[in-house]
Design a protein around this ligand. Structure first.
Ligand code: NAI
Ligand code: ISE
Length: 337
């Protein structure tokens, strides 16, 4: 039984605790912490876990075999580095860290440790629809890919959501997904700013991100984070002789009162429910079997951060911003993307 310590018991922390304690096999949650001591105490009591005052205390707990970091992005680096220093596997929600420099410090620490400990929470790689799309692409059914059209629409975002998060917190999922989908790096980013939505408050919402891949594929991503009607994630690949897209998100079609309607998920918890389950079960199984994770690596977290930094530079300058990665340590040869 893999014993987990969770740092950050907010929305996704609680959702991952629910799946680890009620849905998945071979795992138990033994320790939790949160800077909001009240919420940590409540969550800890509900599952009989030790409540620690700090993330560092969770990592040091001898009853913790592996760590899950679900605190705010700017705090990820310190807990991932502390987990590596303790030699404990760590699953870190995206983004790995909020700057490329911080991600590189994690890559350096893991490379110095000599084996993989870090996995980043890019769950789209575990989603059935994305996996099927990749199968069609890899089988050559639509010929060589030329373009991909994506939309990332949130009904709304929390009050702490800042301007730059449309790229660093939201579009970063597409940034990771296209590296995995096409098996190649991003070489440049541009951002166009359409007419502003009155639902967006101070945010620049929506945004239109364009990514150039190393293999010349062009990707466009509409990022709308106050679309109101629900959570809508779209993707269509245009190939030389066909197209392939994510299927309809609704398991049922409703016809009533002279209208036909497809229910739309409310948020990421509903849309990616099964993907998070598969992501965590595969992580737990890999750690239990081999002691090392097999999913998105610290290198993937770093590469996504460099691309999101470039997209931010493009947003601010209005110009094309190139993406330049440092040399990849041998440790990451042969891991996904
Ligand atoms: P949240 O605000 O609901 O929860 C974060 C929790 O971390 C809060 O309870 C906060 O008090 C706690 N916290 C902050 N700093 C801390 C520290 N230094 N030590 C311990 N606890 C600390 O935020 P949410 O939505 O749960 O997001 C958390 C992380 O998960 C973010 O990095 C976010 O990008 C990621 N996320 C990933 C999703 C995905 O689809 N993979 C979906 C939603 C969030
Ligand atoms: C959130 O942090 C997530 O990761 C969700 O998957 C994404 O849709 C949302 O825009 C982010 O804020």
């Amino acid at each position: 039984m893999l014993r987990i310590g969770v740092i950050g018991t907010g929305m996704i922390g609680q959702d991952h605790i629910r799946r680890m304690t009620q849905v998945l096999a071979g795992v138990t949650v033994t320790a939790v912490t949160d800077v909001n001591a009240g919420v940590a105490a409540q969550v800890g009591a509900s599952i009989g876990a030790t409540v620690h005052p700090t993330g560092e205390a969770v990592i040091a707990d001898p009853d913790v075999d592996a760590v899950v970091v679900t605190s705010w992005g700017p705090t990820h680096e310190q807990y991932v580095l502390a987990s590596i220093a303790a030699g404990k596997p760590v699953f870190c929600e995206k983004p790995l860290a909020t700057t490329a420099e911080a991600c590189l410090r994690i890559v350096g620490a893991e490379a110095a440790h000599g084996s993989r400990l870090v996995q980043v929470g890019y769950m789209r790689r575990y989603d059935t629809a994305y996996r099927e799309l990749k199968k069609v692409l890899d089988a050559g059914e639509i010929g060589a890919p030329l373009m991909m059209h994506c939309a990332h629409r949130n009904a709304s975002v929390p009050s702490h959501y800042e301007k730059e998060m449309a790229i660093t917190d939201t579009a970063v999922h597409e940034i990771d997904m296209v590296r995995w989908m096409f098996g190649t790096e991003i070489k440049a980013a541009r951002v166009l700013v359409p007419r502003k939505s009155r639902n967006g408050g101070d945010l620049r919402d929506p945004l239109f991100l364009i990514l150039e891949m190393d293999n010349e594929v062009l990707v466009d991503v509409e990022i709308s984070v106050n679309i109101r009607y629900g959570y809508d994630i779209r993707g269509e690949i245009v190939g030389e002789h066909g197209t392939a897209s994510l299927g309809t998100l609704s398991p049922v079609h409703v016809k009533t009162s002279l209208r036909a309607a497809d229910p739309v998920p409310a948020d990421w918890r509903e849309r990616f429910l099964a993907a998070y389950d598969v992501e965590f079960q595969e992580w737990i199984d890999a750690i239990t079997r081999t002691g090392a994770p097999a999913g998105p690596s610290a290198w993937d977290g770093y590469a996504a951060a460099v691309s999101s930094d470039a997209a931010l530079a493009a947003l601010h300058s209005g110009e094309r911003a190139p993406v330049t990665l440092t040399e990849k340590p041998k440790l990451y040869d042969g891991v996904p993307a």
